[in-house]
Design a protein around this ligand. Structure first.
Ligand SMILES: [Zn+2]
Length: 98
């Protein structure tokens, strides 16, 4: 959808496709600085959420003792169970939100 927007910098009207990256045809100023800020904030939030849900899985080394391997496997089992529950919750939220 195309519309026009008054440039906040030079006050002239420019074509605006309602995208945060649109710039003024006259002075190249960003037409909607607030949208750019909003987009940046959203991207930052998404990155933080990704970090929160990413799990570092325990690595089992071939030279670990049988005891180390044993408890590492138990820990890994818990991690995998936890990861599946988290992804199930994320999936449910996405389903309910959509
Ligand atoms: Zn301008």
């Amino acid at each position: 959808m195309n519309s026009s927007k008054k440039c906040p910098q030079c006050g002239q009207w420019s074509r605006w496709s309602q995208s945060p990256s649109d710039r003024c045809e006259h002075c190249q100023a960003i037409l909607d600085p607030q949208a750019v800020e909003r987009q940046k904030a959203r991207q930052q939030r998404e990155q933080e959420e990704e970090k929160r849900f990413s799990i570092e899985f325990i690595q089992i080394n071939p030279d670990d003792s049988w005891f180390t391997k044993f408890y590492k496997r138990i820990g890994l089992g818990f991690q995998i169970a936890f990861a599946s529950i988290v992804s199930l919750i994320i999936w449910l939220i996405a389903l309910l939100a959509g």
